[in-house]
Ligand binder design. Structure first.
Ligand code: HGY
Ligand code: MN
Ligand code: MN
Length: 398
């Protein structure tokens, strides 16, 4: 079955009627449906599926073993996300395995398709949760205590979904099995449009992180409270949102985004008592933390003026990643001179890159839009991508 048809098979799973696009989050019923779908599709292709201690799914062609060639991505989405970010890498891997089996290919090494848990951090706030736990780059106790917007902890949610959160933690055994990891992913910017190529090889992932800004003031009545008597946290929060833009505009190629802002209690006729917002900041080869400090400085000044308190907490940070040069050369040798593409998007491959040879393939997205319903890839490019991945797997596992 082609990758496009496999993708169409989950086209109705997790549609978000309110936001548009898809909302598929770690350990929620929708994601559970996707896990079941994956296990079924992997089983039909002769793969043996297991779930590791961190809730990541591994579908093995042959017995798990050392020097394995591993490919895959994630099935969760951002709230209201596109259909391709994550699932494209998973369906392309399944389709590539099927194509190899149909040709009678026999892997000379263990081969696995992996689905990492909560790559987007869309529910519990920390991106690449499953791969960070696997590699030990996220403390298991901190992970268990992460809360979703409804206050449910990751431990509770994982348990309800049938996992044992007490097992969360670095998995050296699983990591040691990985000889090489290659993730195929939809392009999330305009890189491949401008390069006129359906497929590219990943070169770098820029440094990026997430910071929580918590403003505290005094809840009060919108009508009975004179301006001079207010300590309205929404005012410095608005200054922080504006500062994210004007500070980043002054730093070469910097990106700073506030996509999530939550006032409490959130009434139309109520001055908020607190406002939380999350800053996503990324500076290619630059000083992301320095940028955040400058934004935080502007937010602090605005908070003081309004008689509000502000705490800023770093919730995740990933340094710049350069993918393994030798693996990149192998990908180049197989794909014959496709472009090399840097990306501003984080990926599980970038988390693994710190510990195993990791690389990425990208498939053209003619809209250049991602993390939104308009995210797209033409069927011909999707199938081109799956073919490229199949050739790569044959080369690496041959
Ligand atoms: O946010 C990112 O860069 C990725 O899509 N998780
Ligand atoms: Mn994403
Ligand atoms: Mn992704």
């Amino acid at each position: 079955m082609t990758a496009s048809r496999l993708l169409a098979g989950i086209g109705d799973v997790g549609r978000d009627r309110g936001r548009g696009g898809y909302s598929r989050h770690a350990f929620d019923p929708v994601e559970g449906e996707l896990r079941t779908w994956f296990a079924e599709q992997a089983g039909r292709r002769g793969l043996d599926v297991e779930t590791d201690r961190n809730g990541n799914l591994w579908a093995w062609w042959g017995a798990p073993g050392p020097d394995a060639v591993v490919t895959g991505s994630h099935l969760d989405s951002v709230p209201g996300g596109g259909a391709f970010d994550g699932p494209l890498g998973v369906v392309s891997a399944l389709s590539a395995v099927e194509a190899l089996r149909d040709k009678g290919f026999q892997p000379g090494k263990p081969l696995a398709v992996v689905v990492f848990a909560e790559e987007e951090g869309g529910r519990f706030g920390v991106p690449c949760l499953g791969s960070r736990l696997l590699t030990g780059s996220l403390d298991a106790d901190r992970a268990r205590a992460l809360r979703d917007p409804d206050g449910v902890t990751l431990a509770e949610a994982a348990k309800r979904a049938g996992h044992d959160p007490e097992r969360f933690g670095a998995d050296q055994e699983a990591l040691a099995r990985i000889g090489k990891f290659v993730e195929l992913h939809v392009e999330q910017g305009r890189g491949l449009i401008d390069l006129g190529s359906p497929v590219a090889v990943g070169s770098t992932v820029i440094e990026h992180g997430r910071w929580r800004f918590s403003f505290t003031g005094q809840g009060n009545h919108a009508g009975a409270t004179l301006l001079g008597d207010r300590r309205d946290p929404m005012v410095p929060a608005a200054a922080a949102v504006a500062a994210a833009r004007w500070v980043a505009a002054g730093v070469d190629d910097a990106r700073a985004t506030v996509g999530r802002l939550v006032p409490t209690p959130g009434g139309t006729n109520v001055i908020a008592s607190t406002v939380d917002l999350w800053l996503d900041a990324r500076v290619p080869g630059g000083d992301t933390r320095g940028l955040v400090d400058e934004i935080a400085g502007a937010a602090r000044r605005a908070a003081e003026e309004e008689g509000c308190a502000l705490t800023v907490t770093e919730e995740s940070y990933s340094d710049t990643v350069r993918f393994d040069p030798a693996l990149r050369d192998e990908l180049d040798a197989v794909l014959g001179g496709v472009p090399a593409l840097p990306t501003g998007a984080g990926h599980d491959a970038a988390i693994l890159a710190g510990q195993v040879p990791a690389g990425m393939l990208y498939v053209r997205n003619p809209t250049g839009i991602s993390h939104a319903p308009e995210e797209f890839a033409e069927e011909s490019d999707v199938d081109e991508g799956a073919r490229a991945l199949s050739d790569v797997l044959a080369r690496l596992a041959g």
